[in-house]
Ligand binder design. Structure first.
Ligand code: PNS
Length: 202
């Protein structure tokens, strides 16, 4: 047959999309993205609008923060989802949508979206059970804790906590108002409250 024993030829490159609001990206999101890279050749993080949520960070900031967080993952790229997720999946030739499930509430939210996406395009959804170390982390809680002056550094990738506080107009504990915030890897400037007046939850 020409194939040596033990050599496996696979021509198809598998690509999965990890979609979400990422408002902001958390360590839980990042763990799911990392684990997706072990299952698929390429992973595209799709930063999307969720019609039922009002975002704190604008989409450009969410993309920038996610890019910085994924910078050490060579098979990952981050893009904005301009419209329907299934259109992006079709364009990229994605074989799956990957999401993390922290518990039953996540499943209840994800199941109708997975069914709708499969109805619209045939794309399958793959759910990864959240690592218990991150199962308590939600973007909405990160914002709420930060809004009230709590520490969120150990819940999010580097640079994200400062970006969230700036967008909320919250001064970090021990910092003087107007003092510079931690720069993001890659020289990304964290968003400030003047740029992002929308402080809704997501
Ligand atoms: O992080 P989230 O808010 O749970 O992610 C939900 C998201 C953004 C993936 C979903 O709202 C979405 O796919 N939005 C893009 C528009 C779209 O395709 N809507 C139909 C989904 S069935």
């Amino acid at each position: 047959m020409g194939h040596e024993v033990g050599v496996y030829y696979r021509e198809r490159v598998t690509l999965a999309v990890c979609p979400g609001s990422f408002d902001p990206i958390t360590l839980g999101h990042l763990d799911v993205v990392r684990r997706a890279t072990l299952l698929f050749d390429e992973v595209v993080v799709g930063v999307a609008r969720n019609a039922s949520k009002s975002a704190l960070l604008d989409v450009g900031s969410r993309v920038a923060l996610a890019r910085a967080a994924c910078a050490d993952l060579p098979s990952v790229r981050v893009v904005e989802v301009p419209g329907l997720l299934v259109d992006l999946c079709r364009e990229l030739g994605a074989v799956a949508v990957v999401k993390g499930l922290r518990g039953g509430a996540d499943y209840d939210a994800e199941q109708p979206m997975a069914l709708m996406n499969r109805h619209l395009s045939g794309v399958e959804s793959v759910f990864l059970t959240a690592d218990p170390r991150y199962a308590h982390i939600a973007s909405s809680m990160v914002k709420d804790v930060a809004r009230h002056g709590g520490q969120v550094e150990d819940l999010v990738p580097p640079g994200v906590a400062d970006a969230v506080r700036r967008a909320l107009g919250v001064v970090p504990t021990g910092a003087q108002p107007g003092s510079p915030t931690t720069p993001l890897p890659g020289g990304v400037t964290p968003p400030g409250p003047a740029d992002h007046p929308n402080q809704g939850a997501s």
